[in-house]
Ligand binder design. Structure first.
Ligand code: OGA
Ligand code: MN
Length: 204
C-alpha cells in the first residue's frame, strides 16, 4: 500500500476507534535490519529489564511485565532506524493536523520478550501525566504463526472486557493507539517476541 494511503487509514481508524493496525508499514528488508540491531544489542548486553511506573514509582515486577528494553537515541540512529523515525515523523505531523494532539516528540525502545513473558493489562499513560499520547508499535518477528501466541490484546471499550481486538506481532505490522483510552496487554508467546515500541509525546 502507498505510504499516503496507509497514513489515511491510520488517521481514519484513530479518529473512529482510537486504534489502528496496518501490515507492511515498512519493507521486509527494513524489518530484517532492525531485527539485526536487536540481536547485536542483545548480544552486547545492552538491554535492561523493563520496570513499571516512572521516577520514584519505578519498580521491576515480573508478575506484571517480563520484557527487556533498549532505548534508542535519536541523535545516533542506524540507517534503518532513521528511515523509520522519518516515517513516524510524517505521521506525527498529520496526527497534529487532523487530531489536534500537539505531539512534538517521539521516544522509542526496542523490546524483547523472552519465551513465556507477558505484560498484564494496562494503559500507557503514566500516573499524573499526559505526556504520552499515541503509542506506535512496529513488530519485528519473522514468520509469526497463530500458535506462537504473543498477541497484543486491546480493549477498545474500557470496562467491557468481552470486547477485545487481538493483533499478531507479525514483522512489519504497525499498531497505533491512543494512550489515554486504549487498555491493552501482551499475551505470552511460545517464542521470543521483538518490537520497536514508541510514543508520540507532548512536551510538558
Ligand atoms: C508496552 C506494550 C505492547 C506490545 O510496551 O507498553 O504494551 O504489543 N507493548 O508489545
Ligand atoms: Mn503498553
Amino acid at each position: 500500500m502507498l505510504q499516503e494511503a496507509q497514513q489515511d487509514e491510520i488517521i481514519h481508524d484513530l479518529i473512529k476507534q482510537g486504534h489502528s493496525v496496518v501490515s507492511n508499514f515498512v519493507t521486509a528488508d527494513a524489518v530484517k535490519a532492525l531485527r539485526a540491531d536487536v540481536h547485536k544489542l542483545w548480544a552486547e548486553g545492552d538491554f535492561k529489564a523493563a520496570a513499571i511506573g516512572r521516577g520514584a514509582e519505578e519498580q521491576r515486577q515480573t508478575e506484571i511485565r517480563g520484557d527487556f528494553i533498549h532505548w534508542l537515541s535519536p541523535t545516533n540512529l542506524t540507517p534503518a532506524q532513521a528511515t523509520y523515525w522519518e516515517r513516524i515523523d510524517q505521521l506525527r505531523q498529520r496526527i497534529n493536523r487532523e487530531l489536534f494532539l500537539n505531539v512534538q516528540e517521539f521516544e522509542a525502545h526496542f523490546v524483547l520478550y523472552p519465551t513465556g513473558a507477558f505484560y498484564k493489562r494496562h494503559l500507557d499513560q503514566h500516573h499524573g501525566t499526559q505526556r504520552r499520547q499515541i503509542a506506535c508499535l512496529l513488530y519485528l518477528n519473522a514468520g509469526w504463526q497463530p500458535a506462537d501466541g504473543g498477541y497484543l490484546r486491546m480493549y477498545p471499550e474500557a470496562g467491557n472486557w468481552e470486547h477485545t481486538v487481538d493483533v499478531s506481532p507479525q514483522g512489519g505490522t504497525l499498531v497505533c493507539f491512543r494512550c489515554d483510552t486504549i487498555v491493552h496487554e501482551v499475551l505470552p508467546a511460545t517464542r521470543q517476541r521483538m518490537s520497536l515500541t514508541g510514543w508520540l509525546c507532548r512536551r510538558e
